[in-house]
Design a protein around this ligand. Structure first.
Ligand code: TRP
Length: 329
């Protein structure tokens, strides 16, 4: 039987955080054995905010290097850059015509982002979910591993696919989300009620994958907690400590209760230090691999050219089917 297909992606804006890694990329690695995986760098999605061209180019290659250093293996998975497979933009136009303004205006991410970038509410920001639907549907993906915040985007993807299938017959597979229970959502260290973000403006809120060990230690030492001084998982009342438990659990594989037991009778100082140490240890091999990859742009190019070729083989088939069905010559 053919392997099930997985597609996922991350936007190439800024540095990746520990949240991106634990919530997404570290899980991608495990899926490579059992699924046919397409892992994309979503550089078209980044155009919804203003980028410096040179920075965007660098961020794209840095993200590729991070995928590789996090253990995504180009021999097992198709790793590609979204803009290099033109079918993404082409299918987006078609799907735009099968998506309603009403559904797009209900997207919470659109509302959040418009509030945040009130000076640049462009139509790309509005149709962002349609591009994401095209990403997924082009590959007939069965499963889409993403964080909890992307759930609504998956729902609209299914709605668009179903609408199209109802009119033209079976064309797109309806994808399922693959939202891991553990560490689906790593929160900020300073503001543990919002997701750890690449673009947070709060100092020490986000741990970046290329932070030096002493920087990581300091960020954890400063992490917001509460006054109870008991390591106990309780998101409502203890969001800071609960987040640290999630991070520690995601890395060590321990359940919340096991973490609570391990730190019973110990104070927050000890706990934070232990969490920081395990994060530093976890990132060490990744960071050294990353440094050597970034110094080798020719190798990176080889990977993304090959990845785009493989991705396009599949994407082109779906797009042709769509064009035929709707009557585009
Ligand atoms: N919107 C996703 C995010 O911000 C990134 C993304 C773009 C994506 N296209 C995708 C994720 C397709 C999964 C599948 O995290």
């Amino acid at each position: 039987m053919d392997k099930k297909v997985i597609l996922s992606g991350v936007q190439s804006t800024g540095n990746l955080t520990l949240g991106n890694y634990l919530g997404a990329i570290s899980n991608w690695k495990k899926m490579q054995e059992d699924y046919e995986c397409y892992y994309m760098i979503a550089n078209l999605h980044t155009l919804t905010i203003r980028n410096n061209p040179e920075t965007l180019r660098n961020n794209t290659l840095n993200l590729l290097a991070l995928y590789l250093s996090a253990g995504i293996d180009p021999k097992k998975s198709h790793i590609f850059i979204q803009s290099q497979v033109p079918e993404h933009a082409e299918l987006t136009w078609v799907l735009n015509c099968y998506t309603y303004m009403g559904e797009l205006s209900r997207m919470t991410q659109f509302k959040d982002k418009s509030a945040k970038h009130a000076d640049n509410i462009n139509s790309g920001l509005f149709t962002y979910p349609v591009l994401m639907a095209a990403d997924i549907l082009l590959y007939q993906a069965d499963l889409v591993p993403v964080g909890e915040d992307q759930r609504q985007h998956l729902e609209i993807t299914r709605d668009i696919a179903e609408r199209f299938n109802n009119i033209y017959g079976q064309t797109f597979k309806l994808p399922e989300g693959y939202i891991p229970k553990v560490a689906a959502r790593i929160m900020g260290l300073q503001e543990p009620t919002s997701k750890m973000s690449k673009s947070s403006s709060i100092p020490n809120d986000s741990v970046f994958l290329n932070d030096e060990p002493d920087v990581i230690m300091n960020k954890f030492k400063r992490a917001v907690t509460d006054s109870e001084n008991v390591v106990r998982y309780d998101v409502e009342n203890k969001p800071g400590i609960s987040n640290l438990i999630s991070i520690y659990g995601a890395i060590t594989g321990k359940k919340n209760e096991e973490v609570e037991e391990e730190f019973a009778g110990k104070g927050y100082g000890d706990f934070k230090k232990k969490v920081a140490e395990c994060v530093i240890e976890e990132l060490k091999p990744l960071q050294s691999e990353y440094k050597s990859l970034i110094a080798n742009p020719d190798y990176l190019k080889e990977i993304y050219v090959e990845g785009a070729n493989k991705a396009e083989e599949k994407a082109a088939k779906t797009l042709k089917d769509v064009y035929d069905k709707i009557g585009l010559i």
